[in-house]
Design a protein around this ligand. Sequence first.
Ligand SMILES: [Zn+2]
Length: 233
Amino acid sequence: MTTPAVPVDTPAVPANTPAVPANMPVDPVNMPAVPGRVVATWRILLIALITIYCTLATLVVRGLIGGFGLGPVDCFVIAISTLIATLAVLPMGAVIDLPEALWQHWIPERRWRAGRCPTCGYDAHRTLCPECGTPFAAPVAYASDWHTLRRTLWIVFPSWAMGVAAGLVLMHFDERAFVSKVDSMRRSEPELREHSNTRAWPAEFATMTWTAGRGFAGLPPFESPKTDRAIDK
Ligand SMILES: [Zn+2]
């Protein structure tokens, strides 16, 4: 949040410059533009964070509900659960809008309080800014609006889809590794009756089991009707 340096040889403001009422809103045309690179960086960072969040949520949900394999019902339950967990992001309008809030509201407000042009930072004694033409008027405070909701949805839904997909792939690799391990153990010790392993982080609280005759199952960390449900292999 740096304020551009004030030109050294500030021209004197003409004495007859009309004063602008203090409560006159800033013309949206004069609203400072947010640098495109800042907006893009912030959006990509949010998408990355929400994607990682959804990936971890997918793995945790799988651990909590149990089950084994990529069945359509399990995938649906996981996708809906992570979507609900992701909707918590929706009220974070000021976070989604951080570049806009900074560039178009907070920085202008700071400049305004310091007696500078809210748009360019030029010090011109609270009349019309001779540098950029903005009337010296208090900038509008930040408030989320329907643009915020639109930005949020554009960020949240692709992140959720990518996160769930990544989570399901990681879960699948974890389960395949368990299947391979059990297969090789059974080859070396044919009398093996059962084997279990905890799931990979962040679902180490849940267990994957193999039982002779019942095949593979994923056990949730608590007792549930699904605890006994094994999927035949
Ligand atoms: Zn200005």
